[in-house]
Unconditional design. Structure first.
Length: 108
């Protein structure tokens, strides 16, 4: 798959994810956040520890959304189910990974 340079916003999100997930164990799957032309974030949980990158590879679950939608969700202004209902977010693949993703990326 093509490798493209992520925007500053996606780079910042990637750094945040790297920090919040650095001590978390892998979960056996790969998840991709696809921000369209802004770039992608790959969350690789197949190893002992989670690896975060901007490499565009196949994943078990792909979440397609904009940086704006992601930001609104992160700020608590938009719930994930509402984003799906409004067509602002789509999920392809293993839907059971949505909860794993939320737990993985939370600061807890």
């Amino acid at each position: 798959m093509a490798k493209s340079k992520p925007t500053t916003a996606v780079t910042t999100i990637t750094k945040d994810f790297t920090e919040t997930s650095k001590e978390k164990a892998g979960f056996g799957k790969k998840v991709k956040l696809d921000f369209g032309t802004d770039g992608v974030i790959m969350i690789d949980g197949t190893g002992k520890k989670i690896a975060i990158s901007n490499d565009n590879h196949d994943a078990d679950m792909t979440v397609v959304l904009t940086v704006d939608t992601f930001t609104q969700m992160g700020e608590g202004k938009l719930a994930g189910d509402k984003a799906v209902e409004q067509g602002l977010l789509t999920i392809d693949g293993d839907l059971s990974l949505a909860k794993v993703l939320e737990d993985t990326l939370s600061g807890n």
